[in-house]
Design a protein. Structure first.
Length: 60
């Protein structure tokens, strides 16, 4: 089975860390502000980027 790229692993770790590591959450909040979107919208966009199965994105 393909283990995936290091970038994918880092990205997956960052989503887990969002709930367990205050520094990761702070970084996510800062990036959301930089993009001018809510934290939940920023997270949805990142999750769409993680969807490699070709499913329809959660955002349009």
């Amino acid at each position: 089975m393909d283990a995936g790229s290091d970038e994918d692993t880092d990205r997956n770790r960052s989503f887990i860390g969002f709930y367990t590591d205050p520094a990761v959450k702070e970084t996510a909040q800062r990036r959301a502000r930089q993009e001018g979107v809510s934290l939940s919208e920023w997270m949805r966009r990142r999750l769409d980027d993680l969807d490699t199965g070709g499913r329809k994105p959660a955002t349009t």
